[in-house]
Design a protein around this ligand. Structure first.
Ligand code: ATP
Ligand code: MG
Length: 576
């Protein structure tokens, strides 16, 4: 089941989690009843086994947003209990990404691995209380004994070991006396519980693996369910917010803290973010990276925060989006178009406008004096007067977009065509007089025009109108650039929907990256630095890629502007 949300009206409040957020309601109520002495303490607990994605951003905004709203604090805690999949590269990228999103954990950067000593002591405490035991069953046998949703489980033959024997075995597990997988420590709860998570869940496993922080100090590692709630408790987290798949784990979360008699945080579950045309699973994203389907975790087509940053997303756009989608108790799917809506809305406010031609077509203005150059005033951002103006050089030979010229224009095509007059943005009215074609291919390679000197700046004194304004770049002054145009990484709304025997990579969009190598930019962009964002007038928002070097600019298309012409063309194609 999925609920689909349409694009809301643009004016949605920013930065704080608004009303109608059920988790916020719980926090408000807890503050009213003084449940935690007026404290709000949340945490964001990533496992450092991949880069953060837009789904994590939802959780980050929620945790940091709620605490900030009520004068509380948020910890960043690495849930690093699985040494085989975790790396410092991931730790570093996560720190960078959370900071980039605009959140601050001050001095509260924690690692679950810092708690390994305490967790071990608590495990011993549970053994002493007769609430945990060492089990020698193999993984396979444990599965069999576990039962199913309709069939109760069976007690392990090792379940009733004495406390002394359990203590001694657990100590030996820790001392490295047993091989991987030979024994586990389990909580002694109820093998016939209707909740499978309570059927004596595993607390510790043996794993002789090097940990990125604790090295070879440990060869037993706590399982998520044991480590997570106890880490929350150590940090005195008040509201432990996690995604819905952990709802069935909540009774176990509560069991551990209650049996140990330690501080009891409250676990609250919300819906994971799902986006159309997008995969939000670190495992699958890692697969794309390892397969070489993308150029790395920060490939601008990836839904990772590093990929989105490289593509040109702003933290504000992501935060506004996360805020607008809110949280709920049922999983749904959000339209990618909604994310892009918040992106455009933010870029519209901040991106400087410039003129750039992606697929150049040469225009020669025959009656414009040879060698003359005029500096035309161009507005940097019509949404922000303080952004000022700049000069754009105008000369006899220009480039325009190939798409802005048609030798045989279809109906409703108002841009340049033989005999037609258009406005050059910030320039003059020009009229096409003739074309020059490549003799062998017949392709138009040059368009000749005349200009009306009385229309400088874009208006005719006689009041005559033109129906189109097109952008241009002076050929002599143009700066070359490579521009990378992106489409959705997947061609299916649900990338996981595949035929039997195939996996999600079957839905990769073969056209997700198109590289334009000969774009022409206005000279004001010559020294643009990586990360800076622009609106290329009429084309979309673009961002300088980190592959740029002086003299060799590379841009990413962040998102196109809405393309109304394509819509008209589509409609035309349907009706004719
Ligand atoms: P994945 O399935 O991508 O590996 P995960 O849940 O295992 O994700 P964690 O590193 O454990 O990844 O996630 C850290 C926090 O981010 C958790 O609290 C988790 O609930 C939350 N989170 C992860 N994915 C999403 C998502 N798509 N929407 C909202 N929150 C998410
Ligand atoms: Mg996880």
């Amino acid at each position: 089941m999925s609920t689909s949300k349409s694009i809301p009206e643009p004016a949605v409040a920013a930065t704080t989690t608004g009303p109608g957020n059920f988790i916020r309601d719980i926090v408000v109520e807890d503050l009213k009843t003084n449940k935690y002495g007026g404290r709000v303490q949340t945490r964001f607990p990533p496992e450092p086994n991949g880069y953060l994605h837009i789904g994590h951003a939802k959780s980050i905004c929620l945790n940091f947003g709620l605490a900030a709203e009520f004068g509380g604090k948020t910890n960043l805690r690495f849930d690093d209990t699985n040494p085989s999949k975790e790396e410092t590269e991931y730790v570093d990228s996560i720190i960078e990404d959370v900071r980039w999103l605009g959140f601050d954990w001050e001095d509260r950067l924690f690692y679950a691995s810092d708690y390994f000593g305490q967790l071990y002591e608590w495990a011993v405490q549970l053994i002493q209380a007769g609430k945990a035991y060492v089990d020698d069953l193999s993984a396979e046998e444990m599965r069999e004994y576990r039962g199913t949703l309709t069939k109760p489980g069976k007690d392990s033959p090792y379940r009733n070991r004495s406390v002394e024997e359990n203590l001694s075995l657990f100590e030996k597990m820790r001392a490295g006396e047993f091989p991987d997988g030979s024994r586990v420590l389990r909580a002694k709860i109820d093998m016939s519980s209707p909740n499978l998570n309570l059927r004596d869940p595993v607390m510790y496993r043996i794993l002789h693996a090097e940990h990125h922080r604790t090295g070879d100090q440990w060869c037993i590692y706590p399982m998520y369910d044991f480590a997570h709630g106890e880490s929350d408790s150590i940090e005195h987290i008040t509201h432990s917010i996690c995604t819905l798949e952990f709802e069935d784990h909540r009774p176990l979360y509560n069991w551990f803290v209650e049996e140990l008699g330690i501080f009891h945080p409250q676990q609250i579950e919300f819906d994971r973010l799902n986006l159309t045309y997008t995969l939000l699973s670190k495992r699958k994203l890692l697969q794309l990276v390892q397969n070489g389907n993308v150029r790395g975790w920060d490939d601008p087509r990836m839904p990772t925060l590093s990929g989105m940053r490289r593509r040109g997303y702003t933290p504000e756009a992501i935060r506004n989006f996360c805020n607008a989608i809110g949280v709920s108790k049922t999983n749904g799917i959000i339209e990618l178009a909604m994310l892009e809506h918040y992106l455009r809305e933010d870029l519209n406010k901040r991106a400087l406008r410039v003129m750039a031609v992606l697929r150049p077509l040469k225009v020669v203005i025959d009656n414009y004096p040879e060698g003359q150059v005029e500096q035309m005033d161009a507005v940097n951002n019509p949404e922000d007067a303080s952004a000022g103006t700049r000069k754009a050089p105008f000369s006899r030979v220009l480039y325009i977009e190939q798409d802005d010229f048609r030798e045989n224009p279809p109906k409703q095509y108002y841009r340049l065509s033989p005999g037609h007059e258009v406005r050059l943005r910030y320039g003059y009215f020009i009229t096409c007089t003739r074309v020059v074609k490549d003799e062998t291919t017949g392709e138009v390679v040059e368009v000749h025009c005349t200009y009306d000197p009385a229309t400088r700046g874009g208006n005719a004194p006689d009041g005559r109108k033109v129906k189109a304004t097109i952008h241009w770049v002076s050929a002599e002054h143009a700066v070359n650039a490579e521009v990378r145009l992106y489409e959705n990484l997947f061609s299916k709304e649900n990338p996981d929907e595949v035929e039997e025997g195939k996996d999600f990579t079957a839905n990769l969009n073969p056209n997700s990256l198109e590289i334009v190598t000969n774009a022409k930019l206005e000279p004001s962009l010559a020294n643009a630095v990586p990360g800076s964002r622009y609106q290329f007038e009429r084309l979309g928002y673009f961002c300088v890629d980190k592959d740029s070097s002086p003299g060799k600019l590379v841009f990413n298309r962040t998102v196109p502007l809405k393309d109304t012409w394509a819509k008209i063309e589509k409609r035309e194609a349907k009706t004719t």
